[in-house]
Design a protein around this ligand. Structure first.
Ligand code: DC
Length: 201
């Protein structure tokens, strides 16, 4: 039987940690849909055309080790505004969502466009400053010499582009539960989310 959990929200709000934690707790498959857009963005940076790249993504594209870089994140946000790129990625996401045993998908438009009938919808958010601080610490720990201001600017630019595009903009579904992680540690938010999911299972 399928059971779909849709988790949306802006960059660095804690979606990834939350999605992985929920998937592990309930034994569900997990798809980070941002990786699909990142893989397309990375191919475009290599010189490929965006729509053709989206229509021919391979496992190797998804396994690239540069997908988490700040440049690829911005490229992903740019290609994600192209309707034909989004259209090329819909079927894969929907079939993953309906797999037997249940699935957690995280992204920007899962509860609104990809899985409007998801059994659980969460929208995870936090202030841009809190998110930039988290991302800055992660990058620093990884040896990057970026600055907090540069990270904050990146976060805001991506938020603006993702929330204002015409096609499938980032926004909470009407029936999503909003989780604001600005003042909460991720363990507390995960416990809240597990309770919400447990009540609907
Ligand atoms: O979640 P992420 O930071 O890895 O996503 C990278 C970019 O991909 C994000 O800025 C917007 C786009 N994206 C999208 O448009 N729709 C999704 N479902 C997931 C990501």
């Amino acid at each position: 039987m399928s059971f779909t959990i849709a988790i949306d929200g802006p960059a660095a709000a804690g979606k990834g940690t939350l999605s992985r934690g929920i998937a592990e707790h309930f034994g569900l498959a997990h798809l980070d849909t941002g990786l699909l857009y990142r893989a397309v963005g990375a191919r475009v940076r290599d010189g490929d055309e965006a729509v053709a790249a989206a229509q021919s993504l391979t496992q190797a594209d998804l396994a690239r080790d540069d997908l988490r870089s700040a440049d690829v994140a911005q490229a992903a946000s740019v290609v994600a505004a192209i309707p034909e790129v989004r259209a090329a990625l819909v079927a894969f996401q929907r079939s993953f969502a309906r797999r037997d045993g249940g699935a957690v998908l995280d992204g920007r438009d899962i509860g609104t466009v990809i899985c409007p009938d998801a059994e659980v919808k969460l929208y995870v958010t936090a202030s841009a400053e809190v998110r930039a601080t988290r991302r800055f610490h992660e990058l620093q720990a990884g040896g990057s010499d970026t600055t907090y201001d540069a990270v904050l600017e990146d976060v805001k630019a991506r938020d603006h582009r993702d929330a204002n595009r015409a096609e499938a903009p980032m926004k909470p579904a009407d029936d999503a539960v909003i989780l604001d992680t600005s003042d909460l540690d991720i363990g507390t938010v995960l416990a809240q989310a597990i309770k919400i999911v447990g009540n609907r299972r």
